[in-house]
Write a protein that binds this ligand. Structure first.
Ligand code: ADP
Ligand code: CIR
Length: 349
């Protein structure tokens, strides 16, 4: 109890904190929730530690485990509605709209789009998230995941490379090439995301690295499809095929109204982030760039991931919304946004 009280005190003392945690964890809710425990043993302190220790958090709260979305629903639901800009939590059932994906390459001349990537997160419903998971559980979970991945065939057939034993040089090269994650996110670190690092973590990929799976990064699994250029259709359909196959092999955590559950409430629902790395030096230099993106429900990030800077006018542009719309709608929102970005950049040139 002393722990959660100290975290609360820190949050109250953070005068400039603008996080959704600070906005929605009212004194009444704090009193109501501070003594509760999930069936995985997760507590309010596990959920709010990162946001209290990092007052510059945007969201500031993680779910300690899949059950946290029920036990701590009074605060998490409010954060989810606010982040995803929805009044009700009635996320639709999955709809990938495969038959409706007919659009051509987003950048046929190859001048602007460097690469395209679509990812989803998935969680095992029987394991907790980083704040509550033990080293043994993480290793067991890795085993179950890798066993399922090793049955993939055809264009999804690949090899698992655990981080344990991988040389620093190989890790750095894979990270620099945008394929692998590292342990440098202080928000995730404070949420126990790097406990027992690198045990239980690794990357599965096909020989051409067009289909990859991150194991035990922020989420239990991140399924990723990516390639050079702007062929969003090919990238998306490869990912859908991987999701549909993995769905038959593992049991993933979902909740009515919330869709698929992820560690961070900003990711749940479709959990889908579709992005391009795109050269837009002119548009990005305009003072209206953020407003332009906001209107289209797209988000700009630096090219080495969230909380990083752009390099050489290349930005990561992706759909912002993941909850309250279908996978097909999310991909179309990204496609329409990227097309508008390309049009504007050309007008400015
Ligand atoms: P996510 O939560 O989607 O995994 P991050 O912003 O943390 O997002 O990015 C993860 C990694 O994926 C980073 O190395 C980033 O450079 C890479 N990445 C994201 N989008 C693309 C893209 N369109 N092309 C190449 N790499 C990408
Ligand atoms: C924050 O609140 O700013 C961090 N905890 C990150 C939130 C969204 N990003 C993420 O989950 N990767």
């Amino acid at each position: 109890m002393a722990d959660v009280e100290a975290l609360w005190k820190k949050l109250q003392g953070a005068a400039n904190c603008k996080s959704l945690l600070k906005k929605h964890l009212t004194p009444d809710l704090f009193t109501k929730l501070k003594g509760l425990k999930t069936k995985f043993g997760g507590t309010l302190a596990d959920c709010i530690r990162s946001g209290c220790e990092n007052p510059d958090s945007g969201v500031g709260i993680y779910a300690c485990d899949p059950d946290g979305y029920t036990v701590f629903a009074p605060v998490l639901d409010a954060v989810i509605k606010d982040y995803h800009k929805v009044d009700k939590l009635n996320h639709p059932t999955p709809n990938f709209g495969k038959e409706k994906i007919t659009f051509p390459n987003l950048d046929p001349s190859g001048e602007m789009i460097v690469s395209t990537r679509v990812r989803v997160g998935r969680s095992h419903d029987s394991y907790g998230f980083p704040p509550v998971i033990t080293k043994e559980d993480r290793v067991n979970m890795e085993k179950i995941t890798v066993a399922a991945l090793s049955t993939l065939e055809g264009p999804l057939k690949g090899t698992y490379y655990p981080l344990t034993g991988m040389s620093k040089e190989v890790q750095k090269q894979l990270t620099d090439d945008h394929f692998l994650f590292n342990d440098s996110d202080r928000f995730l670190k404070a949420a126990s995301g790097y406990d027992d690092w690198p045990t239980g973590r690794g990357i599965f990929h096909t020989p051409d690295k067009k289909f990859l799976v991150w194991v035990n990064e922020e989420d239990h699994l991140r399924l990723i499809s990516m390639q050079q250029g702007g062929d969003l259709k090919e990238v998306y359909l490869r990912l859908v095929s991987a999701i549909e196959t993995m769905e038959k092999k593992l049991s993933f955590a979902k909740r009515d109204g919330l869709g698929y559950l992820t560690f961070c409430p900003s990711n749940l629902g479709t959990t889908l982030r579709a992005s391009v790395h795109i050269k837009i030096p002119k548009l990005a230099a305009t003072p209206e760039f953020k407003e332009f993106c906001d209107k289209l429900n797209i988000q700009a990030r630096g090219i080495h991931g969230e909380h990083t800077e752009s390099v050489g006018g290349v930005y990561d542009i992706s759909n912002k919304r993941r909850l309250g719309l279908s996978e097909f709608d999310a991909i179309m929102e990204m496609k329409n946004g990227v097309e508008a970005v390309i049009k504007k950049e050309k007008e400015l040139s």
